[in-house]
Design a protein around this ligand. Structure first.
Ligand SMILES: C[S@@+](CC[C@H](N)C(=O)[O-])C[C@H]1O[C@@H](n2cnc3c(N)ncnc32)[C@H](O)[C@@H]1O
Length: 235
C-alpha cells in the first residue's frame, strides 16, 4: 500500500516537473523569437539583395546548408526551369525543405534534397551554374575544403553567392568578446563559429573570375554576430 502511494506520488512529481520544463521551453523560444524577429527582418533584406544577383540563366543551382528551406521562396522568381539541389547534413530537414519547395511552387522533380556536407558535395565536377550559401560557412567544419568543393562543382563562369556573419575587426573589443563567447555559441547554435575570417578564405579560394564582397553591420540582436558579408565569387 505504502509502495503504491509512493509510486503515485513520484509519478505526480515527475508529471509536474515535465510540465514546468515544457512551460520554460515554450517561454524561452517565445522570448528568443521576440528578440530575434528584427534580426530575421534585417537578414531578409540582405537575402533579397543576395538573391537578386542570381541570374535568370542559372538553371542548376546548389544551396549548401539549406536547412528547412527558408531561402527557397527567393528562387521562385529567378527561373521557371530551375532545378534546385538542397544539401544539408541533417536528414530531418528533408521533409521541411520539401514542404518549403512545394509552397514556393517547385515541381517535385525540380527540387532535390541531398543529405551531405559542404566538405564533400555529392555532385559531379562542373555540374551547376550557381552555388548559394547563407549563414552556413560559420557552421561547416572546414571552410577551405568547402570552398574547394564549391569550385569543383561550379561550371567555369559559374557563380558562388554568399551571405555570412564573420569575425569583427582584429584587435577590437568586439572581436575579443566574440572569442570569449565562441565556445558557448558553438554549443548553443549547432556548431556556429563567431570568429571565422570567411572573407579572407573566399578571397584566397582562387575564384579566377573575380570576387565582389560587401560588408553589412546589423543593428539588431544578436549583435555578437556582426558584421555580415555578402557577395559573389565567379569560377
Ligand atoms: C544557421 S543554419 C542556416 C540555414 C539557412 N541557410 C538560412 O540561411 O537560414 C546552418 C545550416 O547549415 C547546415 N550545416 C551544418 N554543417 C554543415 C556542413 N558541414 N555542410 C553543409 N551544411 C551544414 C545545418 O544543418 C543548418 O541547416
Amino acid at each position: 500500500m505504502i509502495f503504491t502511494m509512493l509510486g503515485v506520488r513520484r509519478m505526480f512529481e515527475e508529471h509536474i516537473i515535465r510540465r514546468i520544463r515544457w512551460y520554460i521551453r515554450r517561454l524561452y523560444s517565445w522570448f528568443l523569437n521576440l528578440l530575434m524577429q528584427s534580426y530575421w527582418d534585417e537578414i531578409e533584406d540582405c537575402k533579397v539583395k543576395v538573391f537578386d544577383k542570381l541570374s535568370e540563366k542559372a538553371e542548376k543551382v546548389l544551396e549548401i546548408g539549406i536547412g528547412s528551406g527558408p531561402n527557397i521562396r527567393y528562387y521562385a522568381a529567378s527561373n521557371a526551369n530551375l532545378t534546385l539541389y538542397g544539401l544539408d547534413p541533417n536528414p530531418k530537414m528533408k521533409k521541411y525543405a520539401r514542404k518549403s519547395a512545394s509552397k514556393a511552387g517547385f515541381k517535385h522533380k525540380s527540387f532535390r534534397f541531398k543529405q551531405g556536407v559542404g566538405e564533400a558535395i555529392p555532385l559531379k565536377d562542373n555540374s551547376v551554374d550557381a552555388v548559394v550559401a547563407t549563414l552556413v560557412l560559420c557552421s561547416v567544419s572546414d571552410v577551405t575544403q568547402t570552398l574547394k568543393e564549391i569550385k569543383r562543382v561550379l561550371r567555369p563562369g559559374g557563380v558562388f553567392i554568399f551571405l555570412e556573419h564573420v569575425a569583427a575587426k582584429d584587435g577590437s573589443m568586439f572581436r575579443r568578446l566574440q572569442k570569449l563567447l565562441d565556445p558557448l555559441q558553438q554549443r548553443l547554435a549547432d556548431g556556429c563559429h563567431l570568429t571565422r575570417n570567411t572573407r579572407e578564405c573566399i578571397l584566397k579560394a582562387g575564384f579566377s573570375g573575380g570576387v565582389e564582397i560587401e560588408t553589412y553591420s546589423m543593428c539588431s540582436f544578436p549583435w555578437i554576430t556582426r558584421p555580415h558579408i555578402y557577395g559573389l565569387a565567379y569560377n
